[in-house]
Design a protein around this ligand. Structure first.
Ligand code: GLC
Length: 558
């Protein structure tokens, strides 16, 4: 059975039947679930690998469903259960498209973005704004649906916003900073004149400028260009200037001894104090991807060597992250046996990490098969937490080698209960509790253990999980996650996040009708239905992104 990429023809159950229908589908399928998972795991070995370069060249819609013999339904369900499931899926997709449509914001008559959430039951705070990072899945959904104009308008308007002067108290921010969010301001009571009000961090909780915004902007520009095959937007003076301004900020020289970007806490998706200050993997992976996108989009200027500088940074960053962030069983064992206080260029324990600082949980969490890029590395500090976004962007950008990409997905499979549980998927693992939570978050009541940014489960991350599973030809992982999401998402009204170790509870302060939960689901579904959609968000390993010997494992083991 092939799932439809577009909203299916109107098989619309009456509104009040939706929950009932979802329940029936759930009840009748639970029995088969365990058997199905077993069968799917087995089948995964039979599904041929979808090599990205092939996907990029083929661009032919195809299905990843394994070939069925004798017309037996995939899951072994009875035909009536299959059709109830199909009906339920259609219903979820219908509801999602409708919610996404409602979230669209217009500026001077043109669509320019989507609001973060439409939850009438709670105060809007800034959820009525268009967030740069939140718009990415919406943009992908619109691109894949064949509606690129909203994406173009968004890119152009935000490039204009970037040029505004931005001040926090008496301090002027760098020109390249892109806004975290913006909203349409109606200038008079008759609502005839409109302007855009942007937030670059000066009104945000915590007053942090979003480092990820500009990186996402470049990634989105490449997605638009790749998708529409229209180079004119990227080549326009506005977009060329915007890219250069963003990257000049990131490439400027300072006191750093590493090619990674130094960040304040709360400068990305995790936008509150969560101990990610320093060199968080999320930003480093986005930085790597944005640099790679920029190389393909920037026009060479004979007056400078900007593109050359970018290429050098790509290699240095790749080397740094491979050497110091990659963790697997072997490397954990190496770090566990590290000697300290080494001085000289040949030191193995370069950051002087004291083995006693390795947290207990990691010894159990680390499977024999699998690995990941850890959260952060700086002097005497390794943050061993698993962060979803950074690891999946590492796969999509080909920062991870083929072997490492497989290892990241192996880890997800091996630690399914911890990382996915009942709702894909955890923003980070594990949660901080008690005194650690007090010290690191500053007693943040929104980030209590297993909630929100502190080990909460975010449906938006589904699209990334599906994208990497499809990229690596392991779609059974994607299907399993999508099925889990479909059981709850509409019934719970597209929450922003879920709480609890297994992600079973709608988040304490989660907004309903959170747009990126809606769009993330739609993108996931379209990627699964048609893997060629992956070309918008995936970069192949072109062989020019690494230099010198690649340290997959530590060489400090003696
Ligand atoms: C929360 C999230 C942030 C998101 C914003 C709007 O603050 O942490 O990543 O952009 O909500 O949805």
């Amino acid at each position: 059975m092939i799932l439809c990429a577009d909203p299916p023809p109107p098989i619309k159950p009456p509104e009040n039947k939706i929950t009932e229908l979802a329940k029936t589908a759930y009840d009748s399928s639970t029995m088969e679930q365990k058997t199905r998972l077993h069968i799917e795991r087995h089948r995964s070995c039979e599904v041929s690998q979808v090599i990205l370069s092939e996907v990029e060249n083929r661009c032919q819609p195809q299905t990843l469903e394994p070939i069925k013999s004798g017309g037996t339904p995939r899951s072994g369900c009875s035909p009536s259960v299959e059709s109830t499931n199909a009906l339920h899926r259609h219903m979820v997709a219908d509801a999602a498209w409708e919610a996404l449509k409602k979230s669209v914001v217009h500026f001077r008559g043109q669509p320019i973005g989507t609001v973060a959430a439409i939850d009438k039951s709670q105060g809007a705070l800034n959820y009525d704004q268009v967030f740069m990072r939140d718009f990415v899945p919406s943009a992908l959904a619109f691109l894949m649906k064949g509606e690129p104009s909203i994406v173009k308008n968004f890119l152009l308007e935000t490039a204009r916003l970037q040029l505004r002067e931005k001040m926090v108290d008496l301090f002027k921010l760098g020109q390249g900073v892109m806004p975290a969010s913006f909203k349409v301001h109606h200038c008079n009571s008759m609502q005839k004149t409109e302007s855009l009000l942007a937030d670059f961090g000066e009104t945000a909780i915590g007053r942090v400028a979003p480092v990820d915004s500009g990186l996402w902007w470049i990634i989105l520009l490449r997605a638009y260009t790749k998708w529409t095959r229209d180079n004119s937007l990227a080549e326009s003076p506005d977009c060329q200037r915007a890219m250069r301004l963003i990257l000049k900020l990131c490439l400027s020289e300072g006191f750093d001894t590493s090619p990674a970007l130094l960040c304040a806490d709360g400068c990305s998706m995790v936008d509150r104090r969560m101990g990610i200050y320093g060199y968080p993997i999320e930003i480093q992976a986005l930085f790597f991807m944005a640099l790679r996108c920029a190389v393909t989009l920037l026009k060479e200027d004979c007056n400078d060597d900007f593109v050359y500088q970018i290429s050098k940074r790509i290699k240095a960053l790749s080397y740094h992250l491979h050497s110091y962030y990659w963790l697997d069983f072997q490397r954990l064992n190496d770090i566990y046996r590290y000697k300290t206080e080494e001085y000289s260029e040949t030191a193995l324990n370069k950051f002087n990490v004291i083995p006693e600082s390795i947290p207990d949980w990691i010894f159990d969490f680390m499977p024999s098969r699998g690995g990941y890029f850890i959260g952060n590395v700086s002097p005497a500090r390794m943050d061993f937490r698993w962060f979803c976004l950074g690891n999946f962007i590492a796969i999509l950008s080909s920062l991870a080698t083929g072997e490492q990409a497989e290892a990241i997905l192996d880890l997800v499979e091996e630690r399914w209960e911890e990382l996915i549980g009942e709702m894909p998927m955890k923003v980070c693992y594990p949660a901080m509790e008690k005194q650690e939570w007090q010290i690191v978050t500053g007693c943040d009541p929104k980030n209590t253990r297993w909630s929100y940014h502190n080990g909460g489960s975010w449906p938006v991350l589904l699209w990334l999980l599906v994208a990497v599973s499809v990229k690596l030809g392991r779609p059974h992982i994607a299907r399993r996650a999508v099925e889990l999401t479909e059981k709850r998402l509409v019934k719970d009204e597209f929450p922003e996040y879920y709480d609890g170790r297994a992600g079973r509870y709608v988040g304490k302060q989660a907004r309903k009708f959170q747009t990126w939960s809606v769009a993330g689901y739609l993108v996931a579904k379209m990627l699964l239905d048609d893997p060629s959609n992956l070309r918008a968000v995936s970069l192949a390993d072109d062989g020019h992104i690494r230099e010198g010997p690649l340290l997959k494992r530590s060489n400090s083991f003696s």
